[in-house]
Ligand binder design. Structure first.
Ligand SMILES: [Zn+2]
Length: 473
């Protein structure tokens, strides 16, 4: 129904600099990628189960647990993860760099100084290694008393599942090479206050990484929720709407012009939603317009605080008799985060979606920067953006302001796009009134990989943003 006005608009503007279709160069490259299907096919429920079994075997992985034992506690578990990454690297010709960033921290849940150490594998990008796609899960576990570092805390689902996903994604993706860098982060200290997420986010800042996504996986393996429903086909994806780092001035502008549902994290989430039906069978992504579950948190929060886009995957409905509980059976009911609470085939699907997302982001050009719109008090809207290295074209998107997913798009070949003296590209959408729609731009590679859509302005920009030292600026 909405196509008619555009048909008229095209007729009116043909021959002007509005990038109306002219024929041959207007065919975008195909956007179905057998490589992504192959990645899904290589994810193994058996490998995930083996990893979970090994992790649970350490008894507890509490952040304050012992570190000297070879068989029990967080130290042994960290060394096991490092050895697992090293084995994966040997099988890909030494393709992974393995680092263990750490900080000594104290806090409300860490009374004495403790070294919080992450175990991180890096698959360096071949042409733009400072572009970075991160996946995270947390290794540490807990029981009912958050300070109890002695009792068995199997942490199968929270967060053995996320840790296993990170390792399995590394195993499978290590057989591929990408223009951008992939980072596989196994964090510690999450339950004591998101310390491991902060350690890795600060490492990223210190090394100048341009992190385009942190995909945090926390509690992603259970299919039987507290509500009794068994659902192995749905995963929740939490994504914030307003960046954590906007200034009061930027917030006021956003409040006036709209776009509070279009942070890069949210458009990253929309990107993931579109991948699932094409590359992971029987997995529906339920996008939730929240940073995390209500009044709860995860390691993605520390990436958001550092000014990076980040989202959180969690199973459809959590089982609170498993989470954060002493292991016990009462009246025949199992409490505690035991291995039987994780379904490996379901975990494999969520892992596959993560791996496919990482590959799709790393193959695509970077998300466009400098995205802006203009056209107030006219009937047309002009969308502007800076050229992206490696992009053969762009797709300009628009949608109703109350609609959650991008609706309409126009393909813009890079070689024929309107370009001003400074090199900025633009497309004028005739008779698309700026007041009535939300707009965005995605960059497309020669082989048809698309970046996430970027919304105009500070809230939409994927580039890292930090609040000024003086928050009144
Ligand atoms: Zn957790």
């Amino acid at each position: 129904m909405r196509l008619a006005p555009f048909a008229i608009a095209l007729a009116l503007t043909a021959g002007t600099a509005t990038a109306a279709p002219t024929g041959r160069e207007n065919s975008p490259p195909g956007d179905f990628h057998p490589e992504l299907r192959a990645i899904t096919g290589a994810i193994s429920p058996g490998e995930l189960k083996d990893t979970l079994t090994a992790l649970v075997g350490f008894g507890t992985r509490h952040t304050l647990s012992e570190t000297k034992s070879g068989t029990r506690g967080i130290g042994a578990a960290r060394r096991w993860v490092k050895a697992r990454f090293e084995r994966i690297s040997r099988n890909c010709g030494g393709c992974l760099e393995i680092i263990t960033p750490s900080q000594v921290v104290t806090g409300p849940r860490i009374p004495k100084p403790v070294k919080v150490e992450d175990v991180v594998a890096i698959l360096r990008g071949t042409s733009d290694p400072q572009r970075v796609i991160v996946i995270t899960g947390h290794l540490d576990s807990r029981v009912t008393d958050i300070m109890n570092s002695i009792s068995d805390a199997p942490g199968a689902d929270d967060d053995g599942s996320g840790t296993a996903a990170v390792i399995e994604a590394a195993r499978v993706l290590s057989h591929h090479r990408f223009p951008a860098t992939l980072v596989f982060g196994v964090d510690s200290g999450e339950e004591q206050g998101l310390y491991g997420g902060r350690v890795l986010a600060e490492y990223a800042v210190a090394h100048g990484w341009r992190v385009e996504a942190d995909l945090n996986n926390d509690i992603i393996g259970g299919i039987k929720g507290e509500d009794g429903v068994i659902d192995n086909t749905t995963v929740r994806l939490f994504a914030q709407g307003i960046k954590s780092t906007l200034t009061p001035q930027q917030l006021r502008a956003l409040n006036y012009t709209g776009g509070e549902v279009d942070s890069p994290s949210r458009n990253l989430a929309r990107f993931i939603v579109t991948l699932a039906p094409r590359y992971v069978e029987h997995l529906h992504v339920r996008l939730i317009y929240r940073t995390d579950r209500y009044e709860r948190g995860g390691d993605q929060v520390e990436f958001l605080n550092a000014g990076y886009p980040a989202v959180r995957f969690t199973e459809r409905s959590e089982n609170y008799t498993h989470e954060h509980q002493d292991v016990r059976v009462i009246d025949g009911k199992q409490y505690g985060d035991v291995l039987s609470g994780v379904d490996s085939p379901y975990l494999a699907k969520v892992t596959a979606l993560n791996a496919v997302t990482m590959a799709a982001l790393a193959r695509a050009p970077a998300p466009p920067e400098g995205v802006a719109i203009g056209g107030a008090v006219t009937v047309n809207t002009t969308v502007r953006w800076k050229p992206v290295p490696g992009a053969v074209g762009y797709r300009v998107w628009w949608r109703d302001t109350t609609t959650p997913a991008w609706q309409h798009s126009r393909w813009v070949p890079a070689d024929t796009a309107a370009r001003d003296k400074s090199g900025t590209l633009s497309l004028t959408l005739a008779e698309v009134n700026i007041d009535d729609w939300f707009f965005g731009v995605s960059a497309i590679s020669a082989d048809g990989y698309a970046s996430p859509v970027v919304f105009p302005g500070p809230n939409g920009d994927f580039a890292r943003s930090v609040p000024p030292a003086n928050p009144r600026d």
